[in-house]
Each structure stands twice: as structure tokens, then as C-alpha cells.
Design a protein around this ligand. Structure first.
Ligand SMILES: C[S@@+](CC[C@H](N)C(=O)[O-])C[C@H]1O[C@@H](n2cnc3c(N)ncnc32)[C@H](O)[C@@H]1O
Length: 264
């Protein structure tokens, strides 16, 4: 496992590259994607040492995939995502710039194109929330179930998201896993109004895109208004805006070989 100091240098290099053509506010907003305010580093530092074949599902444009590659040099990474076009098209150049090698697979996480027990470890970083937007709670439960199916006996699965622990628990209770660790972390970000206002407009657009239905103006307005209320509350109460979190991580180990029930 590489130390934080090495990972911080990799993050800084990738952030400079990722935001190289952006103006100052967008450098800050887009720069958050690399490292997510220290949360990715915190998460990988708490993970057990992993090596061999690892699946990072709902990998987006691969910022956590890169983080895994920096932290665990002996890992063989597979990234799975439903989209690799539009804003996701940058994943290949991002991973190249990060110096991380990964095999990329395009698939819906609810139906993973892998045999049972393929991977020694599995992760999902802020992917379940987008699966929930597009495919509902059933989609989240199906995706986690698939992740356990393709995980080897005694392999480790790491789920990181904004869901309350009780939501993770409800899904995991049905599966042949035992909890190894749970932890929670606030992102290390404090934005002033100018940055916050720009960010919520972009995040509301992203939310509508994940909705996968008809791109309707009403959906955007509803999400934007909800985020604006939260932003105003935060600015009034604490004087700054924190765009996400708290982020919760749950680590489980698979305790039975993939049973027929998981394949149903
Ligand atoms: C917020 S991003 C996750 C961030 C990413 N893990 C990273 O480290 O940069 C969520 C991703 O989930 C993907 N996604 C949504 N539904 C999915 C599904 N059913 N199967 C696979 N990927 C999905 C979206 O395309 C989006 O890129």
C-alpha cells in the first residue's frame, strides 16, 4: 500500500491536468472530482491491502479507479460503467495521465458480464446514488447483489456513498457477507457563494442526466430548488457551502461461495 504522501502527489498532478483549460471557479469545482476533498484517500487508507483482480463498478470517469491504482500498485483493475460517452469519454485519457492501467467494461451494473467469483475485491465509489436516480432502490439492490455474485469467497467489497448506514444494511442483510468495518467522513471543502451557486447549477444538470428519462425542465428546476435551499441554509448557518456528504463507507467480506440463490 502506497503512503498518503505519494497519493497526494498523484492527485495534485492529475487535478492540474484535469482542470488545465478551466477558469478559476471551474478549476475549483472540477478539481473536486480528483480525490473528492480527501475522501478517496481516506477510504483507500482504511481498506485492507488488496491485490489481484479488482472490480470498480459505476466507475464514472475513473477518479476512484485511479486512486485505487495509486494506493495498491499490485492491483489488476477492471472498471465497469454504463456510459463511456459524453462527459465519461475522458476516462481513458484520465487513467493514462494518472499512470494507471485498467480494463474498461461497458455494462449495466445490475447485469454484470462476469462469471461467479471472478474478483478478489470489489468497490463502488458514489456510484450507487446515481444507480438509484436512474434505476431506483431495486436497481441499487440488484447491482450490489451482482457485485457479491462476482466476488470470490472471502473477498472484500467496499461501498462508499451518501446513503445512511441503514440503507446499506437493508441490502447487505440479504446477502452472504459479514461486515468488517464502517466509517463516515465529511469532505474537506468549504465553498463561498460564487462557487456554490455555479456548482449547484452543474450538479442539478448532472442529476437530470442520471435520471435517464425525458430531460425535462421541471425535473431540473425541482432539483435546483432543493439544492438552492440547502445551499442557503448552509451559507446562513455556517458561512460556507459543503457540496456533498457526509460520505459513508462500509466494508464487507463474502462468507459463502456464490449460492444458487444469488443467481436467481
Ligand atoms: C458519480 S459517478 C461515480 C464516480 C466514480 N466512481 C468516480 O470515482 O469518478 C456515478 C456513475 O455511475 C454510472 N451509472 C449509473 N447507473 C449505472 C448502472 N446501472 N450501471 C453502471 N454504471 C452506472 C454513471 O454513468 C456515473 O458515471
Amino acid at each position: 500500500m502506497n503512503p498518503d504522501s505519494a497519493v497526494v502527489r498523484c492527485e495534485q498532478h492529475l487535478r492540474d491536468w484535469f482542470t488545465r483549460d478551466k477558469e478559476s471557479i471551474m478549476k475549483i469545482i472540477d478539481g473536486l472530482d480528483i480525490g473528492w476533498g480527501g475522501v478517496q484517500r481516506w477510504a483507500t487508507s482504511r481498506m485492507p491491502e488488496i491485490a489481484g483482480l479488482h472490480l470498480d463498478f459505476a466507475c464514472g470517469y475513473g477518479t476512484f479507479t485511479a486512486q485505487l491504482g495509486w494506493r495498491f500498485p499490485d492491483i489488476h483493475l477492471v472498471g465497469l460503467n454504463i456510459d463511456y460517452s459524453g462527459p465519461h469519454a475522458c476516462i481513458k485519457s484520465l487513467l493514462d495521465e494518472a499512470g494507471v492501467v485498467a480494463t474498461l467494461v461497458q455494462s449495466d451494473a445490475q447485469y454484470m458480464p462476469f462469471k461467479d467469483e471472478t474478483f478478489r475485491s470489489v468497490s463502488c465509489f458514489l456510484g450507487l446514488q446515481d444507480i438509484k436516480i436512474g434505476f431506483g432502490e431495486t436497481g441499487v439492490a440488484k447491482s450490489v447483489r451482482e457485485a457479491v455474485r462476482v466476488l470470490r469467497y472471502r473477498g472484500v467489497m467496499v461501498l462508499i456513498d451518501e446513503f445512511p448506514f441503514s440503507d446499506f444494511q437493508k441490502i447487505l442483510d440479504e446477502l452472504p457477507v459479514i461486515e468488517v468495518e464502517r466509517a463516515e467522513r465529511r469532505i474537506d471543502v468549504r465553498w463561498e457563494r460564487g462557487i456554490a451557486e455555479r456548482a449547484i447549477a452543474l450538479y442539478a444538470e448532472g442529476w437530470v442526466a442520471q435520471h435517464r428519462g425525458h430531460c425535462d425542465r421541471r425535473l431540473y428546476d425541482e432539483k435546483f430548488t432543493e439544492m438552492k435551499y440547502d445551499m442557503e441554509d448552509q451559507l446562513r448557518e455556517q458561512g460556507y457551502y459543503v457540496p456533498f456528504g457526509p460520505i459513508r463507507m462500509i466494508i464487507v467480506e463474502k462468507r459463502e461461495q456464490t449460492a444458487a440463490v444469488l443467481r436467481q
